[in-house]
Structures are given as structure tokens and as C-alpha cells.
Ligand binder design. Sequence first.
Ligand SMILES: [Fe+2]
Ligand SMILES: [Fe+2]
Length: 182
Amino acid sequence: MTLLNELHQDHVNLNKLLAVLGNKLEKLKQGEMPNFVLLADAVDYITSYADAYHHPLEDQMYAFFKDSGCPELDQAISECVEEHRQLKKSSHEIIEAVDCILSDAVVPMDQFSDKLEHFINDQIEHLNLEEGTLFPLLDEVATEEQWKALEPHLPKRSDPLFGEKQKQRYIDLYSELLRDIQ
Ligand SMILES: [Fe+2]
Ligand SMILES: [Fe+2]
């Protein structure tokens, strides 16, 4: 599987989880209380997977292609790098807010749903920028030689903390989460 395909598959999975979170948000807005533990798990999953697996690959790829000579691509890359920082921040805010709710602190639900909405929208916007603009441009601009030259810079798939085993653990966790949260 090529790197772009692999990252695309991650996006498909993340998108499904975000759609489930979007349903929870709608119900929350109608006054229904979601299972906050599962909600926190889903947000936590999105963040940890991004930190541990998805973003390290993307960040190396972006660093490698950042002066591609294609202004649209360079622009999309610098936006995405900044968004990775923002996404990390907003997911930690959500996890903190859920922790407060779980420890019985008073958190106004409208404030919480605003935060959650913000988080979901930022995640979706980011996926759309990568899927709709950045990846297609990269696919067009990058040469076979460049993809080969990038390979040694990527985190090693044989690394136990990063590689296939770790990825399988995440996929198992993902399937469990998706089943439980529906
Ligand atoms: Fe990204
Ligand atoms: Fe991504």
C-alpha cells in the first residue's frame, strides 16, 4: 500500500468515528445525555492515534515536500502543519471537559456541546483539506524518486512502538469502540 493510500484509509476510519460523535452531539443538543465515558474514549482515540501513528507519518511527509515548488501545495502543507498543532490543543480541551463532567463538576451542557462541535468541525475541515486539496496535489506533483527518497525518513514499520503490531492494536480498539458507541 502506498503511503497516501495508507493515510487515506486512516481518514476513512477517523471519518466514521467523527460521524458517530456528530450523532452524539445532535442528541446532546436535544437534551439527551450521552455516555460520557465512551465519548471521552472516542475523542481520546482520535487524539492518541493521530499523535502516535497518523501525524508522525504526515509530518515527515510534509517536512519532505514543504518546498515543493508548487505554491498551492506549499500553502496547503503549511496550513496542515499548523492545524496539527491546533487539533492537538482542541482535543486536549475536550478530554479535560469530559474529565470534569465525569468527576461531577458542574459543566454547562451548552458550553460543552459548543466545544465538542468545534472539535468535530475542526477535525472534519482538516480531513477535507488533506483529502480534497493536499493529497491530490501531492499525488500530482511528487515523483516516484521522491517517494523513494522519503521512505528512509519515515518512522520504521518494524518499530514495536510504531509498527504493524501497534497499528493492529489501534485497529482492534477502533472496531471495539465503534461497536460500543453506536
Ligand atoms: Fe493531518
Ligand atoms: Fe490526516
